[in-house]
Design a protein around this ligand. Structure first.
Ligand code: KIV
Length: 253
């Protein structure tokens, strides 16, 4: 049965942890759906792990749309979301037009980074009946102005802003909020303070769910593995050893 934003919210109400993963194409969306993952994301992390960019600020709408179409062809039961890429939601009109494009490509929901500063865009998207997932904490699209990827919530002002942003997004009607690199006690406090699910990444065990970049979980991008990820399989090594075995085989003929 198709997962809906309501299904995801109900999982928090039942105390059931929510597993979420990135899927950028047809086979991965199909595999993760068959594995029973209820929440999928065509994240702009694809810029690094698929397209070879140094960070997510290079990803365009056209690129995200291309990957959303591919993942949506898997027709997953999972709720399939898409990131609004860098500078695609600077005002309400462009945010809504781009969110509509992602939905037309096959996304069930959209996600964008930020709190009260993007609230008009969030409200505009939700008013158009497009489910929205928030993203707070370390915001990868801000990596250039922040000079790196820093843990959030250590300072009092940061802690308070995270709480205020989470409450504002929840009040605006978002169905879930990704918390990226938020200190675990603050992530726990936010998770307890709002009724909608928090989906953590590098934010400790007390979020309502966890999301990872699938390439990190599967060891498919060995050149950089975030410190908080323990890959469950080493796909890079498996591919190299399969290729070596095949080369050896054709060499013997
Ligand atoms: O871009 C992405 O894949 C993400 C998740 C890791 C949360 O935003």
């Amino acid at each position: 049965m198709k997962v809906t934003p309501e299904t995801i919210r109900a999982m928090k109400a039942r105390g059931e942890k929510i597993a979420a993963l990135t899927a950028y194409d047809y086979p991965m969306a199909k595999l993760l759906d068959e594995a029973g993952v209820p929440l999928l994301l065509v994240g702009d992390s694809l810029g690094m792990v698929v397209l070879g960019y140094p960070d997510t600020t290079h990803v365009t709408m056209q690129e995200i749309v291309h990957h959303v179409r591919a993942a949506a062809r898997a027709k997953p039961n999972a709720l399939l979301g898409a990131d609004l890429p860098y500078r695609s939601y600077e005002d309400v009109d462009s945010a809504l037009a781009n969110a509509r494009q992602l939905v037309a490509a096959g996304a069930d929901y959209v996600k964008a980074e930020g709190g009260v500063e993007i609230l008009p865009q969030v409200k505009g998207i939700i008013a158009a009946d497009i489910p929205f997932c928030g993203h707070l904490g370390m915001l990868p699209q801000h990596v250039l102005e922040e000079g790196g990827y820093h843990i959030k919530g250590k300072r009092d002002a940061e802690h308070q802003k995270l709480l205020d942003d989470a409450k504002a997004l929840a009040d605006a009607g978002v169905f879930a909020i990704v918390l990226e690199l938020v200190t675990p006690p603050v992530a726990k406090e936010i998770s307890q303070a709002i009724a909608i699910p928090t989906i953590g990444i590098g934010s400790g065990p007390d979020c309502d769910g966890q999301i990872l970049v699938t390439h990190d979980l599967t060891g498919s991008f060995p050149w950089f593995i975030p410190r908080f990820v323990k890959p469950k399989v080493n796909c890079a090594a498996e591919i190299k050893s399969a290729v070596a075995a095949w080369k050896n085989e054709i060499g013997r003929r």
